[in-house]
Write a protein that binds this ligand. Structure first.
Ligand code: PLZ
Length: 450
C-alpha cells in the first residue's frame, strides 16, 4: 500500500497505474463493510476506496492510480489536497477549529466574503453569507429573496438541480434518484422551460425565454415571484449550455418585474468554465449568486453573494448556522482562491477545453451515437443517443462509464435521461494524463458504440 507522506513533501506520481482489477480486493473488502454499516440510500458510483489524491490522480487502497476526470463532482478544481490549501488548513486547525461566527467571529469569514464580493460579477456594493453546502446556500438565497421582495413564488427550470434538502429537492427537476418517495415538497415552486439547444428543435435562446416568461406571466404573475433561480450551465441536468440570449433575457424579465435573479453557480463557478463565473459569458450580473464546490477544494463551504440592499434586507440574526463559514473551511477557501488568482485558473480551464472539444468533435464524426458535444472550460460533456435520433442512450453512457472505470479513469454520467457523459477534470490535470484519459474513452467507443 502507498505510504502516507504529506502532500507538500512528496508529489504523487502523475500516472495511470493499475495493479489489480478495479475495484481491487482491499476496496472490495471495504465495500462489504460499507454495505453492512452505511445506509443503502447512500450510493457509491465506483467503489475504489481512496487513500491519496493530487494533481490529476486518485490512488486507491490497492495501490491503483486512477486518472481523475470528476474532481469529486467539480470540487477539487485547484487539485486534490492542493499543497497550499493543505498548509493553510493545517495552520488554521492548529490555531482554532471552531468558535461559531455568530458567537465570537474571526477574520477568515470576513475575508472570504470580501473575496466573494470582489470576484463575483458586477461592481456594485455587495454582501455575502457563508453556509455549509450548496443546498444550504440555495435555501438561504431563497430566504433572502423572499424577505427582500415580500413575495413567495420561486421559479426554477426544467432540468434544474439545486440540492437534496426539502426546499431544494422540490426545486430540482429530476425524480430519480433525488425526489422519489420523499414528498411532500415545499409549495410555491414553479418550473418553466430551459434552453436546451440540442433538444429545442431549432428554437433560439430568446424564443425559449419568451416561452418561459409567458408561462410565468400566465400561471404565476411576475409580481408574485420572489426569485428566478437558474444555473448558467445546468450541471446535473446534463451540462446544458443555454442558447445565447436565453440567460440574459430571463435576467431582463426578472429586473423588469422586481424579481430577484439568482445564478446558481455552485457547479459552474470558481473558474470551472474558463471564467470566474459562467454568468459572465452572457454579461449578466445576477442579483444574487450561490457558490460552493470549487470554493474551498473540498472543505465544506458555500456562499450567497449579492446586492447589498437585498442581502441586508434580512433581519439581524435571520441567517446563520452553527458551522456556516467554519474557520478551517475559510482558510481552505482563501488558499484556493489565492491559487486560482496566481495561476490564472480561467486560462487553465480554457486550455482543457481546447484539448477536449476538438477531440470529442472528431470522435462524434466517427461515432454518431455522440449527438452533441458541449460545455465550457473544464465542464465538458457528450450527449449519447441512438444514432440519427434524439432518443437517449443511457445504456451506452453506462457501458462507457464502466469501460473508463475498469481502465483506471474516473468518469461520471449526468443528465435528466442519464445519457450524458461528463468531464470535470481538476485544473491541475497534466496534459499527457488528459490525453491518456481521452484515449481510453476512444477505446470505450470502439468497444461499445456503433
Ligand atoms: N446547485 C448547481 O450542482 C450539487 C450533486 C451530487 P450540495 N451538485 C452535485 C448529488 O448527487 O448529491 C449542486 C449543484 C447545483 C446545488 C447543488 C447542491 O450542492 O453541496 O451537494 O448541497
Amino acid at each position: 500500500m502507498t505510504s502516507l507522506s504529506t502532500p507538500d513533501t512528496i508529489a504523487l506520481p502523475q500516472e495511470r497505474r493499475l495493479v489489480t482489477e478495479i475495484p481491487g480486493p482491499r476496496s472490495l473488502a471495504m465495500q462489504a463493510r460499507k454495505t453492512a454499516a452505511v445506509s443503502a440510500g447512500v450510493g457509491v458510483m465506483l467503489p475504489v476506496y481512496v487513500e491519496r489524491a493530487g494533481g490529476g490522480v486518485v490512488i486507491d487502497a490497492d495501490g491503483n492510480s486512477l486518472i481523475d476526470m470528476g474532481s469529486g463532482i467539480a470540487v477539487t478544481t485547484v487539485g486534490n489536497a492542493n499543497p497550499e490549501v493543505a498548509a493553510a488548513v493545517q495552520a488554521q486547525v492548529a490555531n482554532f477549529t471552531h468558535t461559531c461566527f455568530m458567537v465570537t467571529p474571526y477574520a477568515g469569514y470576513v475575508e472570504v466574503c470580501e473575496a466573494l464580493n470582489r470576484l463575483t460579477p458586477g461592481d456594485h456594493e455587495k454582501r455575502s453569507a457563508l453556509l455549509n453546502s450548496g443546498a444550504e446556500a440555495v435555501e438561504n438565497a431563497v430566504k433572502i429573496a423572499r424577505a427582500y421582495t415580500k413575495r413567495q413564488a420561486v421559479v426554477v427550470l426544467e432540468h434544474g438541480y439545486h440540492g437534496r434538502t426539502n426546499l431544494t429537492m422540490g426545486m430540482t427537476a429530476k425524480n430519480m434518484p433525488y425526489k422519489h418517495s420523499f414528498g411532500p415538497f415545499a409549495p410555491e415552486i414553479y418550473r418553466v422551460p430551459a434552453s436546451y439547444p440540442f433538444r429545442d428543435r431549432g428554437l433560439k435562446g430568446p424564443e425559449m425565454a419568451e416561452i418561459a416568461t409567458t408561462r410565468i406571466d400566465r400561471e404565476i404573475g411576475g409580481g408574485n415571484v420572489a426569485a428566478i433561480i437558474i444555473e448558467p450551465i445546468q450541471g446535473e441536468g446534463g451540462f446544458i449550455v443555454p442558447d445565447p440570449g436565453y440567460f440574459a433575457a430571463m435576467a431582463d424579465y426578472a429586473r423588469a418585474h422586481g424579481i430577484v435573479f439568482i445564478a446558481d453557480e455552485i457547479q459552474s463557478g470558481f473558474c470551472r468554465t474558463g471564467s470566474w463565473f459562467a454568468s459572465e459569458y452572457e454579461g449578466v450580473v445576477p442579483d444574487l449568486i450561490t457558490t460552493a464546490k470549487g470554493i474551498a477544494d473540498g472543505m465544506p463551504l458555500a456562499g450567497v453573494t449579492g446586492r447589498a440592499e437585498i442581502m441586508d434586507a434580512v433581519h439581524p440574526g435571520g441567517l446563520g448556522g452553527t458551522y456556516g463559514g467554519n474557520p478551517v473551511a475559510c482558510a481552505a477557501a482563501l488558499a484556493a482562491i489565492d491559487w486560482m488568482e496566481r495561476n490564472d485558473a480561467p486560462a487553465l480551464a480554457q486550455s482543457i477545453e481546447a484539448t477536449m472539444i476538438p477531440f470529442l468533435r472528431d470522435l462524434a464524426v466517427q461515432f454518431p451515437a455522440i449527438g452533441d458535444v458541449r460545455g465550457r472550460g473544464a465542464m465538458i460533456a457528450i450527449e449519447l443517443v441512438k444514432p440519427g435520433t434524439l432518443d437517449p442512450d443511457a445504456e451506452l453512457a453506462a457501458a462507457l462509464n464502466r469501460h473508463c472505470h475498469q481502465n483506471g479513469v474516473i468518469t461520471l454520467t449526468t443528465g435528466t435521461h442519464g445519457n450524458v457523459f461528463r468531464f470535470l477534470p481538476p485544473l491541475t490535470m497534466p496534459a499527457p494524463l488528459l490525453e491518456e484519459a481521452l484515449g481510453i474513452l476512444r477505446q470505450g467507443f470502439e468497444a461499445h458504440a456503433s
